[in-house]
Design a binder for this molecule. Sequence first.
Ligand code: AGP
Length: 388
Amino acid sequence: TQAEKGGYKHFMLKEIHEQPRAIEDTLRGRVDLNNADVVAAEIGMTDEVAKNLGRVYFVACGTSAHAAMAGRYWVEQLARVPSTLEIGSEVRYRDPVFMPNDLVVAVSQSGETLDTLAAVKAAKAAGAHIISVANVVDSAIPRVSDGVLYTHAGPEIGVASTKCFTTQLAALLMLAVYLGRRRGTLKPEDARRVLDALWHVPAQMREVLAKAEDVKNIAKKHLRAHDMLFLGRGTQFPVALEGALKLKEISYIHAEGYAAGEMKHGPIALIDEDMPVVVVCPRDNQYEKTLSNMQEVKAREGQVIGICTENDADVKRLCTGNAGGTPRSGRGNWAADAPDAIEIPVAENEVLPLLTVVPLQLLAYYMADLKGTDVDQPRNLAKTVTVE
Ligand code: AGP
């Protein structure tokens, strides 16, 4: 009902705006800046187990798998353990090889996704240590795990996951710091840098959410698109995948998320003046390379939409001129003034995905709402997939 939506038109929009609060709840009591450590006895792992891990094996589906992909990158970077990610449905029938010194991290909002649960059970039977990152307390996956990090995002009603994604990111980044500290791969000053950045995310997210109207204007401009491409590198690759999934789920516009470096290996052939390409290009250590991908899209007359760090004149320049309106696309005469770019605040590399995904959630939301789809209950989708 209207009251439950807290004045927002849809639950999804409410949940997008709840993210700063949700992340505060995920971090509360767990970030110890004085000791540059993560306090989480609920992980249920001795320091000895953490030190002797052979591999971290992430398993999840859908949006949770995108969060897990970022988790995988962080665990490799900060805790220096070989890590892998498999989607639940693929683990299940493949007779996967699990080892007793594997840490299996199952990521699931509901804690009830059947394929993820089945994978966890297989890992458990092989003697692996299992941690779940879940939102629904005491659900099936946490119940079979050795430890659990709850995201504390509160109930998520919209079928398209938003606040559960960013709180999963926060929990997984904490897990990577926790492992890095115990394995001696992450110096206290580096742990403190990451945790301090994480602590500032809610306030920075509020700054991004304040730009919702700008995102809406971009959505209006590209409403006629039939296909969209989302590109990102490093931890922005899962963000690109998530941006594409959100758009598909609720607006029914076909979208693909791609690693920016893979563009030349195929999808570049799709680019023409009718193809909006969202490039997630904050100033991180992959920036120059992603910027050059943007230039390549522009050179093929693609419509570049950028997510960038504030005051990035180079990205913004590449995001102008989308307004012309070509005979083929029939786009209107949009004023060619504002670039199709959304700026995010300056932040440490590790926390950037928590900020860059917000404009993509809003973009999907506004494109769907302007098209008039049923945003909270998109056709054919169930919130939790408890069947095969
Ligand atoms: C997210 O927008 C989706 N509706 C879907 O991909 C979801 O993330 C997936 O089904 C996994 O669910 P879980 O996190 O509850 O396991």
